[in-house]
Design a protein around this ligand. Sequence first.
Ligand code: ZN
Ligand code: ZN
Length: 281
Amino acid sequence: MQIGRVTVDSVLDGYMAIGREIEYPDMAASRWEPWVHLLGNDGKDVVNQLGGYLVRSDDYVALIDTGFGPSKVENWHAGELLNSLAALGITPEDITDVFFTHLHFDHIGWASVDGKPVFPHANYRCHVRDWEHFVSVGHAERIEESGFPDEMSAENKLRPIEHLLKTWPGTGEILPGLSAWATPGHSPGTTVIRLDSEGESALFIGDVAHHQAELCEPDWQGVADDDVALARQSRQAVAQSLAETGIPFVAAHFRDFEWGNVIADGSKFGWAQVQETVESK
Ligand SMILES: [Zn+2]
Ligand SMILES: [Zn+2]
């Protein structure tokens, strides 16, 4: 996707398919009908893509989120991010900036490996509130409860990059044409990244929504939000803004990293695909 003078590519790390009734436990089957074409496994599963987005301008080579990482965990099919970057002609040393939309384990997986930064020349950037929430006070126990290896904890993934860390305090410009929009709820520091170049724009909404239905229909609620009420408020603000501005956007986990537009539709919203960027696995 070309946004002005900036090139955006999805960078696949893998995928995780989960039963739709597990990711959205309150939703009756009939509510899925308008959205079933955006599910996998014959409409049974939400297919969460894993990975990030490469954003290349004259000034920077940025990676937004780093995927699940190389750890082997049942049902999580990942570990391809560096191969996907190589296919785009990018080595880890080329990355000048890593942005985290938030610090959940499936976004920081390639921050470091074996205690060493994967992107040694990059500034690693996140909202200060997520750093405090996930790293400063430690959340290793949460990872252990999930049955994931300890190597995937925020502490173990992010301490090794602390000397490369630059946090942002809230909403505002971070690099020329790349700005943060604080959208808390999914986590305290969850941020939408906005790209502007030569009059064109794009939004990277991270985990503000995990599926198009969750973004477009106000009463949908997934299982992963830290503060449910606040997450819903942020999600609605993002959907409203996308509908009003017509800005194309991508999310962290939409199947195939599909680009879309949000369309106003009475009391809810619709979704229209803009461009497909990778093949589904
Ligand atoms: Zn998340
Ligand atoms: Zn996520």
